[in-house]
Write a protein that binds this ligand. Structure first.
Ligand code: ZN
Length: 245
């Protein structure tokens, strides 16, 4: 006796659902921060969060000074191995009121790692935070944005907010400042402050975004009517501190 056609269809639909569920999904805009939830936008339209990845570097202090002068805050997704190279820069960034967050220890593709290897990447960086600034990170961005269910489950266990981006400045592709500004403007012009919010991605190892056009980027964002906010404000973090003890 063969399967009735309807049950074959049901099985097929079930398999499709499992496959779809197996792909980790980005939460829709407006979703509040919660451990392991993949966020790429803010809770309110019109908000814009500035982020910088892969530091600290010899350029980070320039970024920090510029942000301070402009009166805006940024988030720095740092690598443990670079914190070891630039511990004072890391401490100064934190001390100036910018958010420091984990971007792993050595920037591996997390989807290629075993769980113990992932733990080592997270723990080594978290321990450096504790040693140098007395607190541990609560925000994480996966290197190059690679995640799967295994990564997400671990991030949830660590109680980290998992941050992606919806505006790529493309600074990592080696473009010059003018091209980067044009790219940001095009992406901003795809929406309005009443219909969209942004979390960007920039790199404080790339002179184009950090040294040459950072002021112009900030001016551009503000001139389009967006309000630059801290990442915890952007994602509606309900906890009083963006760090853990
Ligand atoms: Zn990175």
């Amino acid at each position: 006796m063969g399967f009735p056609k309807s049950s074959i269809v049901t099985m097929y639909l079930f398999l499709v659902m499992v496959m779809v569920r197996g792909e980790p999904e980005i939460a829709p805009p407006g979703t509040h921060a919660s451990p392991g939830v993949q966020l790429q936008a803010c809770v309110e339209n019109g908000m814009y969060a500035l982020t910088f990845d892969d530091g600290p570097t010899e350029l980070t202090m320039t970024v920090v000074e510029k942000l301070n002068r402009l009166g805006v805050v940024g988030t720095f997704f740092v690598l443990g191995e670079r914190i070891e190279q630039y511990p004072e820069v890391f401490k100064t960034t934190y001390g100036a009121g910018h958010l420091v967050a984990s971007h792993s220890y050595s920037h591996p593709k997390f989807t290629d790692l075993t769980v113990p290897q992932m733990r080592e990447e997270l723990d080594k960086t978290s321990d450096l935070f504790k040693q140098l600034i007395g607190v541990r990170p609560r925000y994480f961005r996966a290197p190059s944005g690679f995640v799967n269910d295994e990564v997400i489950n671990l991030i949830k266990e660590y109680q980290y907010n998992l941050i992606f981006w919806n505006l790529d400045t493309l600074d990592w592709q080696g473009y010059d400042g003018t091209t980067i500004l044009k790219s940001i403007e095009t992406q901003l012009d795809s929406a309005t402050p009443t219909t969209k919010s942004f979390i960007d991605v920039k790199h404080d190892r790339v002179p184009a975004t950090t040294v040459y056009v950072l002021e112009d980027i900030v001016t551009l964002i503000q001139s389009k009517g967006y309000k630059i906010v801290s990442l915890p404000d952007c994602v509606g973090d309900a906890l009083p501190s963006p760090y853990s003890p």
